[in-house]
Design a binder for this molecule. Sequence first.
Ligand code: ISE
Length: 340
Amino acid sequence: MTVRIAVIGAGIMGADHARIVAEDLPGATLQVVCDMDEARARAIAGRYDAEAATAPEAVIARTDVDAVIVASPDSTHAPLSLACIRAGKKVMCEKPLSQSSGECREVMQAEAASGTRQIMLGFMRRYDPAYRQMRAALTAGTIGRPLMMHNWHRNGSTPSADFTGAMAITNSAPHEFDILRYMLGCEPVSITATQPMRSDDKVAPVVMVLQTVDGQLVTVEVNNNAAYGYDVKAELVGETGTIATNHVSYTRMDKGATQSLGHDADWRDRYAEAYRQQNKAFVRWVQGGGCPELAASAWDGYAAAVIAECGVKALESGSRQDITLIPRPAFYAGATGKVA
Ligand code: ISE
């Protein structure tokens, strides 16, 4: 069965998903590109001979659309995921599911009431070869029991001048929150967050320390104004060894008595393979394969939202915040994390 996909949102990520679906996804076809800005929808749809549309709910309801990728602004993710659940269509929703944990709970309730898993959440790092190798080494016992995980998340610059420290936690850090839960297989129970002072008015890095229910420590640095490029790395420290992600670069420059590696401009290049694998898993799922083993669920979206809410409180109050999740619903029993 060829899966006819609608991509909702024709911004940076929507355009990238449209390209992947149209050019790189066996078994799928790009049926519709939808954006409130008609010209933007037409520009992307026109590249791949797809239709353009401006009304997302009508697109989701179309009988010639089998599945949906939501890549519209963050605040629309939950309402559009709910519309997909109502229409009985599987959705690959970009992160975050919502910045409100309450809204994530509404989505989880609706999904559970529908009786089947319908949402795959775009925490694509789970499909990245580096993180996969890290997890394989960990689960094989190669580095012993994990003690600490260090994470660095650097963007060249912020998407807008009014980007804040709280946004670093709600927009960028959810990737870190998800990967630490996924990697360590347990939930964080507390978080602190603080920032150094910059000499200008740009948003300074946010440094967070989380403790897990199993007593591990996790550090997260989110620096949205790193100035030099997109750079995400992680190191897992076990009791008998460590494993770190390598810098990914196809070439190395030697010049002027100096050796250098390039940095990607943003996440689309760095995680190109992860996005491709994630979307392939989505198509297989829509075609009737089981729910993808690696995929993040609405539960994972909820957990990331709670951690982000606590992170923002920690940053604003200057004090450590306890992280409390609701007991994981039985419906999400196979999803990441230990049953509470
Ligand atoms: C963006 O939304 C992402 O998902 C990127 O991975 C992250 O690095 C960036 O900071 C976010 O704005």
